[in-house]
Ligand binder design. Sequence first.
Ligand code: KIV
Ligand code: ZN
Length: 540
Amino acid sequence: MSPLKDKSFRIEGIYRKGGNGMNNRVWVFDTTLRDGEQSPGVSLNTQEKLDIARQLQKLGVDIIEAGFPIASVGDFEAVKLVAQNVKGAAIAGLARTSFDDIDRAWEAIKYAEQARIHTFIATSDIHLKHKLKLTREQVLEAAVAAVKHAKKYTSDVEFSAEDSFRSDLDFLCQVVEAVISAGATTVNIPDTVGYATPVEYGEFIRDIIAKVPNVDKTIISVHCHNDLGMAVANSLAAVTNGARQVECTINGIGERAGNASLEEVVMAIYTRNKFYDVYTNINKEEIYRTSRLVSSLTGMKVQPNKAIVGKNAFAHESGIHQDGVLKERSTYEIMNPKMIGLNINNIVLGKHSGRHAIKDRLLELGYNLSNEEIDKTFVKFKALTDKKKEFKDEDLIAIVENEVLTVPETYKLEYLHISSGTRMIPTATVRLERNGEMVEEAACGDGPVDAIYKAIDKLTGMSCTLHQYNINAVTGGKDALGEVTVKIQPNGGNKKVYLGRGVSTDVLEASAKAYLNAGNKIAFAQMEDGGMDQEPKSGV
Ligand code: KIV
Ligand code: ZN
């Protein structure tokens, strides 16, 4: 049931203390677009945020934290767009306790079916002394005032006591009690710096629930960072001790070592249901697809051995294991990959495959594309089958994610010629289609990629710093597709970093495409908001 329809979510005290009366629904609060976007080097444009939010809606998350509206014009617009377009989940906007923050958050989220203001202030003495320079009394006052102010806009108000786990327990309980009295319907107890261990954190949550007299009027939420690799374990320990909202991100991305990973929390609760005795409303079959989308749009690769969504999570290498799984899956598999929407399919697509086969395979992989997008994919697929004999699912996904589901192509690579060798200066000639017109330039560089990028800079007028260049083979074999990822930052303007990706059997062509893809995103951002993103006023 959607949180909008579940009365307990909106009106009554959702959390019922301990024992038999305990509500066993766990609310999933996704912060991929806010804390996840705070991952170093990640920057999503408005359209990409909307695409992720739409996918989160399909995944069935209860609350989508769409951003921090006062941080920048871009953040504000993205939160507003998500609030206007994504239904079926509550949309949250983050705000510090200042009224300006709260007003701005409300302006962005007010269009949502259910709008949540998420306001926060730190409660640990370390933060009070060194960061806020406030006394405990002042923090308590600010927290209560913020919740009351937010309540004027919406009944759904969440309060977070930043750095809760390193806060004095009695003071924290005093704040929690006061914000609940002020109307907070969810109170979040973050382990902001990932310092907790599961047993301690579980006890900490249990103590808060035991000590705060009005706790039954709210949902206790947890938000764990992964600095010691324990974010998921800590979140689950909190759930066993009465927390009923878990804040997490897809693929566990986030500030520093990241946040608790949504897919791990959800699948642990599901797979070990008898132990946890709680449930979530997540559509598990959408997990793999969501993970791929987030990885592709953020440029943050999922490590191969990552639980649930890593490339190797369901791969059996040893002969003994393979033999066991073939005889009976449960010998070495505790989850069926189909549960997370992963259809392991090794049927090979090749140059004789038609448009229909591509369309069917894309649907199986969870890509419900428009006819135009299928045509575009098919043309790119056909062009590559001359150079590459066999296509696997990963190859197809790479084409779709890198070359089809992306911003409009202001600049399109038409032709590339490179002269390079051990005893010559690398030179590149690049021809682009720029808004329908053919333009060509040549440049020399320190290496062939540098020469290509210099020629593109001349053609596009871009002046950028290249922060990252990565090259990967999508699948094995000599004719593997090379996938290049770049991160570039326009010089002079805002501090935004743009991710570009390109694929080709020729790695230099993939390099050119990746750079142009990032360039097209810059051009698109300039069209969208005049490239006017302001600097964040404050990080979280
Ligand atoms: O880590 C943290 O404490 C946060 C809060 C703003 C919830 O991200
Ligand atoms: Zn956080």
